[in-house]
Write a protein that binds this ligand. Structure first.
Ligand code: HXC
Length: 257
C-alpha cells in the first residue's frame, strides 16, 4: 500500500487517487511520485479501470516539488533525478485522468495537474509556477504545457513573476474546463470520469491520443493520426455495437473489443 496516496475503487470504472502528504501540502517527493507512477502502471492493464480521478486535499492539490528534497540535490543529483522517469510514466498513461483541484496547485503541483486530460477546480483553487522565487524554473513541463494551455502572454507572466492565478482566471484562460463549489469538486470529477468510463474504451483511448496530438504535432500530422485512428476503430466490435444500438434505440453495451 502506498504511504503518500489514498487509493479508492475502481468503482463504475473509476479509480480515485488522493495525494496524501498533508504535513507538506502534498509536496511531491520522490516517494510520492514513485507511488503515483506505479499505481498508474498497474491501472494501465487493469480492465476494470477505465478512468482515473486525481485529487489532493481542500487546502492543497500539491504545493510543488518537495523543496527540502530538492535542496539536498546538487547538479549531478538533478541530472540523475529518478523523478524524471516517474513524470514520464505519468505522462504516458493512456487512459483519461481527470484532475479535481482544490487549494494550491503550485510549481510541480500545477505541472502534475497539467498531466491530466481534464482539469476541474474548486472555487478556492490557486494555480502558479513560483519556481522563479526560488532561483529556479519549472522542470516538469510548466513552460511548455502551461504555454500551450493559456498562451504565451499569461504563461510568461506566471512563470516570470511567480504570481498565482485564481480558478476564475484559470477558467477564462483555458487551463481548466469547469469551476465547482470546493466541496463538490471531487464528486463532479467522479461524475465526469464515470461518463467517460461508460464509453467504448478503445475509442476513448484513441480520442485522448488524438486530442493530445493537436498540441504535440503540426496540423497535417495530427489530421493524419486522427484519420488512422478513426479507421482503426472501424474494425472494433464496440463500433458495430454503438451504431446498432443507435438504430435499435437502446443503450450500447461496450466490451472494449
Ligand atoms: C516542501 C512544503 C512545500 C514544498 C509547503 N510545504 N510547500 N514543503 N515542499 N513545496 C510545507 C511548509 O514548509 C509547511 O511545513 C507546511 O507545508 C505548510 O505550509 P505553510 O507555508 O505553513 O502554509 P501557508 O502559509 O498556507 O502557505 C502555503 C504556500 C507555501 C503558499 C503553498 O507553503 C509555499 O509557498 N510553498 C512553496 C510553494 C512553491 O514554491 N512551490 C514550487 C516548488 S519548486 P512546516 O513543517 O513548516 O509546517 C517546484 C519545481 C518543480 O515545484 C520541478 C519539477 C521537476
Amino acid at each position: 500500500m502506498p504511504d503518500n496516496l489514498i487509493i479508492q475503487g475502481p468503482e463504475k470504472g473509476v479509480l480515485l487517487i488522493t495525494l496524501n502528504r498533508p504535513q507538506a501540502l502534498n509536496a511531491l517527493n520522490t516517494e510520492l511520485l514513485g507511488e503515483l507512477s506505479a499505481v498508474l502502471d498497474a491501472a494501465e492493464f487493469d480492465t476494470e479501470i477505465r478512468t482515473v480521478v486525481l485529487t489532493g486535499s481542500e487546502r492543497a492539490f500539491a504545493a510543488g516539488a518537495d523543496i527540502n528534497e530538492m535542496a539536498a540535490r546538487d547538479l549531478v543529483g538533478i541530472l540523475e533525478d529518478p523523478r524524471v522517469a516517474h513524470w514520464q510514466r505519468i505522462a504516458r498513461f493512456p487512459k483519461p485522468i481527470i484532475a479535481a483541484i482544490n487549494g494550491f496547485a503550485l510549481g510541480g503541483g500545477c505541472e502534475l495537474a497539467m498531466h491530466a486530460d481534464i482539469l476541474i477546480a474548486g472555487e478556492n483553487a490557486r494555480f502558479g509556477q513560483p519556481e522563479i522565487n526560488l532561483g529556479i524554473m519549472p522542470g516538469a513541463g510548466g513552460t511548455q504545457r502551461l504555454t500551450r494551455a493559456v498562451g504565451t502572454a499569461l504563461a510568461m507572466q506566471m512563470a516570470l513573476t511567480g504570481e498565482q492565478i485564481s480558478a476564475q482566471r484559470a477558467l477564462q484562460a483555458g487551463l481548466i474546463s469547469e469551476i465547482c463549489p470546493t466541496e463538490l469538486t471531487v464528486e463532479r470529477a467522479i461524475q465526469i470520469a464515470e461518463t467517460i468510463a461508460s464509453k467504448a474504451p478503445l475509442a476513448v483511448r484513441l480520442t485522448k491520443e488524438a486530442v493530445h496530438k493537436a498540441s504535440d504535432t503540426d496540423l497535417a500530422t495530427g489530421l493524419r493520426f486522427e484519420r488512422h485512428a478513426f479507421t482503426v476503430l472501424s474494425g472494433t466490435a464496440d463500433r458495430a455495437e454503438g451504431l446498432k444500438a443507435f438504430q435499435e434505440k437502446r443503450k450500447p453495451k461496450f466490451t472494449g473489443c
